[in-house]
Design a protein around this ligand. Structure first.
Ligand code: 48H
Length: 259
């Protein structure tokens, strides 16, 4: 059988459109495909929820690929070891309390398990705004990252979700857009974004979990975005807190969705 280029094109266009249309209304929409977003997506999808993740870049995995300063190993503390196990990542004990894993293997396993659990991922898509009703985030405003990069004026499209997770890392992009449009209404001490503080690994890892919560009705923050929003410090290339934060936001949302 001779391969037909038009059928190849039609297959891709048809399948993509079906996938995109099928995800226009979801239980949870996650912005950002770093470790926090992927872990959240995995647990939500495993529980049978309809969950979609949008990632601006071509590759999923956020800041995890590069390990620490491009030494492609990451450190994980004892409390998060069970998550490496859950995702099938091999790890090594470095010394008491400190474990390492290959950063590329870790990202690959997170993506594979999350997608196999039912998470739908759209890469090359940027979230540029939220859909809002009186005092509640109810969805996301999407555009191609290439449109964003080119700086051309192309209007976006919109999807609806019962809850949104900002897992955009240091940038806290979704929280920023909400704060810009509804100034002073965030559930932080000042009502504004408190801003990320300098390195303090131990404190940061604890605070990441505490800061993983609803920041505005319908909008949760997870991972590095949680610390940046609530004024927690950074932690460097230790990733237990990011994964635990993804698990926490998933568990909190499962209670909300089922409550
Ligand atoms: C679509 C977007 C948008 C947008 C951003 O940075 P990440 O890996 O985030 P986390 O929180 O899962 O993990 C943080 C970790 O990687 C890290 O940076 C650590 C531990 N730093 C410590 C330190 O001291 O520096 O992933 C966020 C993802 C990225 O892939 C972005 O491209 C994506 O979100 N993203 N996607 N629409 N508007 N904004």
């Amino acid at each position: 059988m001779e391969l037909n280029e038009v059928i190849i094109t039609r297959a891709i266009v048809d399948r993509f459109h079906a996938k995109f249309r099928d995800n226009l209304e979801t239980d949870v929409a996650i912005v950002g495909g770093g470790p926090a977003g992927l872990v959240a997506g995995h647990f939500l999808a495993s529980a049978g929820k309809k969950v979609v993740l949008y990632e601006r870049k071509l590759s999923i995995g956020g800041g995890m690929w590069g390990g620490g300063m491009m030494f492609n190993e990451i450190v994980v503390q004892e409390t998060a070891l069970r998550l490496l196990d859950e995702f099938g990542v091999r790890c090594h004990k470095y010394e008491e309390g400190y474990y390492t894993s290959d950063s590329v293997e870790t990202v690959a396993c997170l993506i594979a398990r999350a997608v196999q659990a039912g998470l739908t991922i759209f890469n090359c898509m940027s979230v540029e705004d939220v859909m809002m009703r009186t005092d509640r985030v109810i969805g996301l405003v999407l555009n191609w990252s290439s449109v964003e990069m080119a700086g051309i004026h192309v209007d976006p499209l919109t999807m609806r979700s019962r809850f949104v997770i900002d897992a955009t890392g240091h940038a806290t992009e979704v929280v920023k857009v909400v704060h810009k449009k509804v100034p002073g209404d965030l559930r932080t001490p000042t009502g504004k974004i408190e801003g990320e503080k300098s390195m303090w690994s131990d404190k940061a890892e604890t605070l990441t979990l505490e800061n993983t919560r609803e920041i505005f009705p319908g909008l949760y923050v997870a991972g590095m975005a949680a610390n940046a929003t609530f004024g927690g410090p950074r932690m460097g290339a230790i990733f237990g807190g990011m994964m635990l934060s993804g698990e926490k936001v998933a568990n909190d949302l499962l209670k909300r969705l089922e409550g």
